[in-house]
Write a protein that binds this ligand. Structure first.
Ligand SMILES: Cc1cc2nc3c(=O)[nH]c(=O)nc-3n(C[C@H](O)[C@H](O)[C@H](O)COP(=O)(O)OP(=O)(O)OC[C@H]3O[C@@H](n4cnc5c(N)ncnc54)[C@H](O)[C@@H]3O)c2cc1C
Length: 453
């Protein structure tokens, strides 16, 4: 039997495991979180029920495959539960890393470690109830700034404006270093929060930056920008509601200023001009104009990067791969050893672990499947494997003092959460700390054995 290890059970890993298992190999998943799903479970907006239910069902079907094995609550990496060397010592025929992009881009700002300053992914993990973020302090105040103008920024604004239990929000300001022409969010996403935008205030902000944008031939008049990105604002009977959502373009944060309590009290921002690059794109450059904003919460949603602590060799864009210069657009899944200038034998990467913060679930799934195809082709050429059996892997993890969660445990947890949802008359219930999950698993296990089924 040949065995492939899949590190990370988000969409890329789950669909990679499915493909590998259907090709006739054992697929063994190792996942940091107790539950599978990654950002599909702990990133996608909590109220996108239909999408989440659909994905959970598909993940459950993957886990139903008899030759897919699951070890949750096991984080791979240096200083984590198990190193890559320890993983390799279990002799898989190949490993595919699908552990997403767990490191955040630091802003590199003075004061950025003040209280009330959060990375978007951590904040999103918090409100999606992922331990340990679920029980950490992600308190928000009245005046919140989000840096970045993509879909994640809009999700976070939606939470703060409509669904956060804090109810303190008075204004959310989205800050973008470029102009309105380079808005990254989708029309569908802005619709969730568009009611909070004051068209007059947005028109004034477009006016504030119009001259600078015109210098690079960008028309940012409301007539150009509203139909493209904010069509609903043009409806005659449109009336904005509180709390407010505002935008500030051509602006970069330059310093976080904390109050006596250590929490951010102000954000210093600098205005940018736009310059043309030789390839026709634009580049923001600071023009020296600074402003101090009254801010008590700052969230930076500027994309994530791969976690270096995993221990894979790093390249210029995350984990090292070697792009074929003749086909620079071709995706490369095999990892590369830059020190020895050779491929990392039998080691692959896919999903957001390959290209951080790129695309929706469907894209991560597709990437996982393409990566899995390469793994399958590689493994087919290998001699019969001698990997540890799933039982031996479980024993080895337990010997290390770890508390791995198996497929059987997930089924028990699912049953416990289902009962809890029914008791509370909810569509869905999930435990938000690991201890409660482990207790629920044990409770279910003893109930099952008591009744003998
Ligand atoms: C805020 C937000 C909202 C989004 N909303 C949508 C949406 O509405 N619709 C949509 O289609 N897409 C959405 N996406 C995108 C979607 O979530 C991603 O495309 C997709 O989840 C990426 O899949 P992945 O498997 O590559 O990585 P991830 O989903 O990040 O999964 C990575 C997995 O690896 C595990 N892991 C991490 N590190 C380790 C380690 N060291 N060892 C072992 N396991 C590890 C994690 O536990 C996790 O299970 C959203 C993303 C974000 C951030």
């Amino acid at each position: 039997m040949k065995t492939v290890f899949v590190v990370g059970a988000g969409p890329a890993g789950m669909f990679a495991a499915r493909k590998i298992a259907l090709a006739g190999y054992d697929a063994v998943l190792f996942n940091r979180d107790v539950k599978p799903g990654g950002l599909a479970e702990y990133g996608i907006y909590p109220l996108k029920d239909k999408m989440k239910f659909g994905l959970r069902k598909q993940f459950a079907q993957v886990l139903d495959l008899p030759n897919v094995y699951y070890f949750g609550h096991v984080q791979i990496g240096n200083g984590y539960d198990m190193t890559i060397a320890e993983l390799d010592a279990m002799r898989p025929s190949a490993v595919i890393y699908t552990c997403g992009a767990q490191g955040a881009h630091e802003l590199g700002l003075p004061g950025e470690r003040s209280k009330g300053v959060y990375a978007a992914k951590d904040f999103v993990y918090h409100y999606n109830q992922l331990p340990p973020y679920s029980s950490q302090d992600f308190s928000t105040g009245r005046r919140i700034v989000i840096i970045g103008i993509g879909n994640v920024a809009i999700d976070i604004a939606r939470w703060l404006l409509q669904d956060s239990p804090s109810r303190a929000t008075e204004e959310v300001t989205i800050i973008a270093r470029r102009g309105p022409v380079e808005i990254k969010f989708d029309k569908k996403e802005i619709e969730y929060v568009i009611r909070h935008i004051d068209p007059a205030a947005l028109a004034a902000e477009l006016g504030r930056v119009s001259e600078r944008c015109a210098r690079v031939n960008e028309d940012v008049s409301p007539e150009a920008i509203f139909p493209e990105h904010f069509p609903m604002l043009m409806e005659e009977d449109f009336t904005p509601i509180a709390p407010r959502l505002s935008f500030r373009f051509l602006t970069s944060p330059t310093a976080v200023i904390a109050g006596e309590d250590g929490r951010i009290s102000h954000l210093e921002v600098g205005d940018n001009d736009l310059l043309h690059r030789p390839d026709g794109s634009t580049k923001p450059v600071p023009n020296g104009q600074k402003t101090l904003l009254d801010v008590d919460t700052l969230i930076f949603a500027i994309g994530d990067q791969q976690d270096e602590q995993l221990g894979l060799p790093m390249g210029p864009n995350g984990y090292a791969t070697q792009v074929d210069p003749e086909h620079p657009e071709e995706p490369v899944f095999q990892l590369w050893n830059p020190e020895q200038s050779c491929p990392l034998e039998g080691r692959f990467v896919a999903g957001w672990a390959r290209r951080a913060s790129t695309g929706l679930v469907g894209i991560a799934r597709h990437d996982g499947e393409l990566g899995a195809q390469q793994v399958i082709e590689y493994v087919a050429k290998q001699p019969e494997g001698d990997a540890l059996s799933p039982e031996e892997i479980l024993a080895r993890l337990q010997e290390k003092g770890l508390h791995p969660v198996t497929k059987a445990d997930l089924a028990l947890l699912g049953a416990a959460e289902q009962q809890e949802a029914e008791k509370r008359r909810l569509n869905y219930f999930k435990y938000s700390d690991n201890d409660s999950m482990f207790e629920a698993i044990e409770r279910e296990r003893s109930a099952v054995s008591y009744f003998g089924d």
